[in-house]
Design a protein around this ligand. Structure first.
Ligand code: FAD
Ligand code: NDP
Ligand code: EPU
Length: 340
């Protein structure tokens, strides 16, 4: 589907600063509505509330479309105004610079629908649906396949892009297809083979800095193959076990992004970091978690720059001790200052 219709809808923008928003926001924020939609684009929107680390500056522009048409119109708006685009899911694998992000940040969080088809065992869901919520829903229905995904606080879109995984399972194992919106406005349905998956990686992962004009491919919905027909009590028990395992091995009590680094075969990053003596090491409000050394937690008041500096310090120390370059799993977006 081309988005020429959507383009026609956004040629003119209108309605700027409103009284309501002036009272809500002491900054110079303003709101623009895409023509013929109730979809608001907000300027200077703080991103810290939209990332699990609870850090990060403001988006130059921010929009959270509620349907495909509004998403297409948002992309077209960015194109017309030559704004770089950053896609945000639940922000649970992102480190956003304290300086914020240029261009338009599009949150997929409000793209919602889900359908469990008992005939095929397939689950078709919009990009903004929550992965852990789907895992619990599937369990309650007695559908196997998503037990491992509980505790991963991301969206469907983020999980498809990141190839989220745990307990020897991952998204690529159960994905039937993903619908993506291309920068040229066409909607395509891609198979896992077309997406090209490997450990925590896919071809849908874009360049990590929104400095270039244009837009990455956006996942709009996905279909997963599950196995219905099991006693819900059994699937719930397995799901609860996975959640419990996480609560005892991973720090859920402070903001984080989950694992900071990919595991460098045959080692685990957590083991390497602990053996390097870095557990508990702290820069500003950012700390190598005491419970799991591959987690950096925000102990309160951390800046993105603290977390970035700690990531760099860990990489440098692990390189020195083990001659291994740890590769970040977390996506660092915006400007960061490397230590001199
Ligand atoms: C406590 C905790 C535990 C975690 N445990 C795990 C774990 O066990 N396994 C695991 O794999 N991960 C884990 N994570 C990391 C994270 O939850 C996953 O990577 C998750 O899949 C990210 O989803 P998201 O919606 O938050 O994506 P975001 O963090 O918002 O985005 C991640 C990347 O995907 C892109 N993106 C997001 N949505 C779309 C879309 N619709 N279209 C195109 N691009 C998109 C973004 O631009 C960005 O590059 C954990 C995180 C936390 C905080
Ligand atoms: N450290 C960090 O930076 C972050 C951590 N988190 C944490 O990640 C975790 C994700 O946990 P997870 O359990 O996967 O999902 P959530 O706790 O997010 O729950 C998701 C949904 O699943 C349902 N649900 C939760 N537990 C059960 C259960 N035992 N039985 C049946 N239904 C259930 C809930 O329904 P209902 O409400 O109806 O019970 C809820 O709608 C949360 O503990 C959250 O606090 C999240 C973001 C960031
Ligand atoms: C949290 C994430 O994913 C997690 C996922 O939840 C879990 C559960 O399946 O397995 C991976 O962690 P992990 O490899 O660290 O798993 P764990 O079982 O906790 O640890 C592996 C090994 O390292 C050791 N370990 C871990 C942490 C630590 O501080 N010290 C240590 O020695 C453990 O004792 C264990 O022998 C994923 N991490 C990566 C980078 O692949 C994420 O990607 O964000």
């Amino acid at each position: 589907m081309k988005i020429s219709q959507a383009a026609a809808n956004v040629c003119t923008i209108f309605a700027s600063t409103t009284q309501k928003q002036e009272t809500e926001d002491s900054s110079d924020s303003k709101i623009i509505y895409l023509k013929d939609t109730d979809c608001a684009i907000k300027s200077q929107a703080s991103l810290s509330a939209f990332t699990s680390y609870r850090v990060g500056g403001a988006a130059q522009w921010y929009v959270a479309p509620r349907n495909l048409e509004a998403l297409q119109a948002s992309v077209e708006y960015a194109k017309e105004h030559e704004l770089p685009v950053t896609i945000l899911g639940a922000g649970s694998n992102l480190l956003v610079s304290d300086r914020g992000l240029p261009g338009l940040v599009i949150s997929t969080r409000h793209l919602r629908h889900s359908h469990f088809d008992p005939q095929t065992g397939q689950l078709t869901v919009a990009a903004g649906e929550s992965i852990p919520t789907l895992a619990w829903e599937a369990a309650k229905l007695g559908w196997q396949g998503l037990e491992w995904a509980v505790g991963i606080p991301g969206t469907v879109g983020g999980a498809v892009v990141m190839n989220a995984g745990a307990h020897n399972s991952c998204i690529a194992d159960m994905l039937v297809s993903a619908e993506v919106l291309s920068p040229d406005g066409t909607l395509e349905t891609l198979t896992p083979a077309q997406i090209g998956y490997s450990y925590r990686s896919s071809s849908l992962q874009s360049s990590e800095s929104p400095t270039e004009k244009g837009c990455q491919r956006i996942v709009t919905q996905a279909t997963f193959q599950l196995q219905p027909g099991t006693d819900p009590a059994l699937v719930l028990a397995a799901t609860k076990q996975h959640k419990q395992h996480r609560l005892t091995t991973q720090p859920y009590n402070f903001p984080s992004c989950g694992s900071v680094f990919r595991n460098p075969t045959p080692y685990s990053a957590g083991w390497l970091i602990e053996q390097t003596g870095l557990k508990g090491y702290q820069i500003g409000g950012a700390q190598v978690a005491l419970l799991h050394a591959n987690f950096i937690v925000n102990r309160g008041g951390a800046k993105a720059s603290d977390i970035f500096s700690l990531i760099s310090h860990i990489q440098q120390q692990v390189k020195e001790h083990w001659s291994i370059c740890l590769q970040p799993e977390v996506k660092m977006i915006g400007e960061f200052q490397a230590a001199g």
